[in-house]
Design a protein around this ligand. Structure first.
Ligand SMILES: [Ca+2]
Ligand SMILES: [Ca+2]
Ligand SMILES: [Ca+2]
Ligand SMILES: [Ca+2]
Length: 516
């Protein structure tokens, strides 16, 4: 009844704008409460049952001791325009602790479409921390999955087109066998079109990412800006045995040496694998297409890259602008390769990198949830890997793309243009990021310049022009983008690039994500 009155009033006053309810849940809440900020609910099933599409369930900080799986079924399907949202309230940290749950039970079982989870920590589950099972078009953002007793986040049973953004999965391990717990697992019966961006998986007892198939075939998964390391070991540093496979990105494969020739097409862009017990980038026995652009492998024990087995007819392995340091590269002769660091004329040494301090990879994320700004595996000024790559259609700094996962701000010197090589022209990461629909872009100029600032979509098409050849004196500036294209229409969700070009020839580009 209360909802109907609120709805009616809202419609009269504001039309559709404030139509959606805000539902609150807190560790010390009570299900006899109305679910407001002052009188929150106490259990997840109650909060979920009260929600309708478009509603937001705010999860207050603190530890929730949970023994039962939180199951969300198709009764609670949202839609493209009306997501269900379950998110941490402000910057509070809700910890969903399932450690008293019986072994084999999952933490969250998401069997619905169009849910957006943000800012939750899920730990101790008897099986997967979260299993997206017959659930599609969901967004899982800034969530952490750790010390679960199987894979942190698994996608199964046809789950398709989910976006996993800025999530971490670590210290997951499945006793007593220690054979299956991965960080992220789009595997077995997974659907197609799942997308990972800005995620990290470390020290999971089995693999960082696992795309092994049993039941699914001919599916595609894309990973961008993802890092994985130290898999194949337990949190205490011990190796639990050979069933703990220890691969960084295991792209696919199937049973019985993949007798069914199953294909998991995997696209890896700007991804990093290091210090894994076994392989960094691993075919296993996947027979689908694999595309590796600007990836970096370092110190993986068996090989940084191993993709040797012939693919199914018509499938391709493409490896371009990738870096390997301290570790083997084992690619079949069928690989289409261009400007990889192990090919002539490159020579890779420690001097090519600003830092080899891998500990920094697990540093805290930035306030907007994006990966920490570290120097590990970033290229040092003067490296022959700078501006040495082939143009793959992505924006870059300097005269050409660099090799590896981290495009440097350095550029090769162009004779006669030294005055343009200034250390203090900077284009900073937008804030917030991801955003919807407003974000701010800061830049600084060492000298007076004519400036262009242009937004591109992931296809390289110009979307908006924020600054068109305007003169600016030296200093720091901030520009705001309202998420609208040149026609004034709100752009669709996805990856965008902002590119600043100066009259002196300097160019800087950065990536951002618009989330629905
Ligand atoms: Ca295994
Ligand atoms: Ca695995
Ligand atoms: Ca070098
Ligand atoms: Ca470059």
């Amino acid at each position: 009844m209360a909802r109907k009155i609120i709805l009616l009033t809202s419609c009269i006053l504001f039309f559709t704008h404030f139509l959606f309810a805000q539902i609150y849940i807190a560790p010390d809440g009570d299900d006899t409460n109305p679910g407001t900020i002052d009188l929150p609910f106490g259990t997840f099933p109650t909060a979920i049952s009260e929600a309708v599409p478009g509603d937001t369930i705010y999860v207050r900080g603190g530890v929730y001791n949970l023994t039962t799986t939180i199951t969300i079924t198709a009764v609670k399907n949202g839609s493209d325009s009306l997501f269900f949202t379950m998110k941490a309230y402000n910057n509070e940290i809700p910890v969903l602790d399932f450690s008293t749950q019986q072994f084999g039970d999952k933490g969250i079982s998401l069997r619905a479409n169009y849910w957006h989870f943000k800012g939750l920590q899920i730990t101790g589950a008897g099986d997967n921390g979260m299993d997206i099972n017959f659930g599609s078009n969901n967004i899982i953002e800034e969530c952490q999955f750790y010390r679960n007793r199987d894979t942190g986040l698994q996608l199964s049973n046809g789950s398709a087109n989910n976006r996993i953004i800025n999530c971490d999965s670590y210290y997951n391990a499945d006793p007593p066998d220690y054979a299956d717990a991965d960080g992220f697992a789009p595997k077995l019966t997974v659907g197609s079109g799942n997308y990972f961006f800005g995620c990290r998986a470390w020290v999971n007892c089995d693999d960082g990412w696992d795309g092994y198939l049993r039941g699914a075939d001919d599916v595609t998964t894309t990973l961008e800006n993802c890092w994985t390391w130290g898999n194949g070991y337990l949190e205490n540093g011990t190796d639990p045995g050979p069933d703990a496979n220890g691969n960084g990105f295991k792209t696919g494969g199937g049973d019985n040496s993949n007798a069914d020739s199953l294909m998991h097409h995997v696209i890896l862009i700007n991804c990093v694998a290091f210090d894994n017990k076994n392989k960094g980038f691993d075919q296993n026995n996947n027979l689908g297409s694999m595309t590796l652009y600007n990836c970096s492998g370092y110190g993986n024990k068996t090989a940084n890259y191993r993709i040797q087995r012939a693919l199914n007819p018509g499938q391709t392995l493409t490896v371009k602008n990738c870096v390997s340091f301290v570790g083997n590269v084992q690619l079949g002769s069928f690989a289409v390769q261009e400007t990889n660091s192990w090919l002539p004329p490159f020579v890779v040494t420690a001097d090519d990198f600003l830092s080899l301090d891998s500990d920094s990879a697990s540093a805290r994320r930035q306030p907007d949830g994006s990966l920490p700004e570290i120097e590990f595996l970033h290229l040092a000024q003067g490296s022959d890997l700078i501006d040495a790559g082939v143009d793959l259609g992505f924006p870059y700094n300097g005269t050409a793309p660099d090799l590896g996962a981290f495009e440097s701000d350095y550029t090769t010197l162009i004779a006669g243009n030294e005055s343009g090589i200034s250390g203090s022209f900077q284009l900073f990461q937008n804030y917030p990021n991801p955003f919807n629909p407003i974000t701010h872009i800061t830049y600084s100029l060492p000298i007076s310049e004519k400036v262009n600032l242009i937004i591109f979509n992931s296809l390289g098409e110009k979307v908006a022009v924020l600054i068109a050849g305007e003169k600016r004196s030296a200093g720091e500036y901030q520009v705001t983008w309202d998420g609208r294209d040149v026609m004034g229409n709100l752009v669709s969700a996805g990856v965008y690039y902002y590119r600043m070009e100066l009259e002196s020839g300097m160019v800087r580009t950065r990536k951002m994500i618009f989330l629905k």
